[in-house]
Design a protein around this ligand. Structure first.
Ligand code: GRF
Length: 203
């Protein structure tokens, strides 16, 4: 299963994927890492693991459509069965999302459907939530709104600092993202369409 990973920053989730896919003898292979920022540290992680890297800087393109078209062109040279967003901080166009429908995963630092968008840890603390966590989900046209594949749920400790909570959620991401990618590569995780679900129910 050819995997392309998109990043914008540190790439600690990318590192967790690199490490676990090696260890687990997974059918998933990370063929390339693409960043929209040349300074993203994740690019160095990929190079250290002998993975192809590409930089496509959004500021070089007139609009989102042109940027996404350039991204797709590079991604598709690897013929990926799966595209993994790992801290990729650009909103993708509907055309991009449709092109990779059913083979595009994202990780989001909240217990979706709670706290779509940014600043999730602060929002969970401000709301006085007792639990917080992270979710791996299929990407659909609705931002952070696609079907969830796996979540890690953590109890928020009394008076927990935002830094500690952020770190604990991050550590949980590093467990569930490799699991989801591994399942996908083994054919155990699929995005069902409405029609397919109905077919299953009729069987
Ligand atoms: C993670 O918190 C992830 O949930 C969010 O972006 C962050 C990426 O972190 N989508 P890293 O670059 O993998 O360290």
């Amino acid at each position: 299963c050819n995997v392309v990973v998109l990043i914008s920053g540190s790439g600690s989730n990318l590192q967790a994927l690199i490490d676990s896919l090696d260890e687990d003898n997974s059918p998933a292979r990370i063929r390339a890492v693409v960043s929209n920022r040349a300074e993203a540290f994740g690019l160095q992680r990929a190079q250290a693991a002998n993975i192809d890297t590409h930089v496509v800087q959004h500021k070089d393109f007139a609009d989102r459509e042109a940027f996404d078209a350039a991204l797709m062109e590079i991604i598709d040279t690897y013929q990926p069965q799966l595209v993994v967003l790992a801290g990729f901080m650009r909103i993708l166009t509907a055309g991009f999302v449709r092109h990779y429908q059913g083979r595009l995963l994202n990780i989001h630092p909240s217990l979706l459907p709670k706290y779509k968008g940014l600043d999730t840890h602060r929002r969970a603390l401000d709301a006085g939530d007792r639990e917080h966590g992270c979710s791996v989900h299929f990407v659909t046209e609705e931002l952070d709104g696609g079907p969830v594949a796996i979540q890690a749920c953590l109890k928020i400790e009394p008076n927990e600092s935002i830094d500690k909570l952020t770190d604990r959620v991050h550590a949980a991401e590093h467990i569930i993202y490799p699991l989801a990618v591994h399942w996908f590569a083994e054919g155990r995780l699929r995005l069902a369409t409405q029609g397919a679900m109905l077919d299953d129910m009729l069987l």
